[in-house]
Design a protein around this ligand. Structure first.
Ligand SMILES: [Zn+2]
Length: 78
């Protein structure tokens, strides 16, 4: 089954973090994307040097993209 990149078009940070700490391997598609994407290569470099995932997010000035934004669901409730 081919791996589909997220809507943002980039490899998820937590995937690269998992790769950096040897918790998981990247898929073939992810590897290829990282090779050709400056943003993701920079992010992976940060992952490889950071001590925690929080430090990665801070360095890249990004929010944790593992969380979904559920604002729409809340407005529907009730
Ligand atoms: Zn990318």
């Amino acid at each position: 089954m081919p791996y589909v990149l997220p809507k943002s078009g980039h490899v998820r940070l937590h995937r690269m973090w998992a790769f950096a700490i040897h918790a998981a391997d990247l898929t073939y598609s992810e590897h290829i994307h990282v090779l050709y994407c400056d943003d993701c290569r920079t992010a992976l470099g940060v992952c490889l040097q950071a001590e925690t995932f929080g430090a990665v997010l801070k360095t890249l000035n990004r929010e944790d993209d593992t969380h979904h934004r559920d604002d729409d669901d809340q407005s529907k409730a009730g």
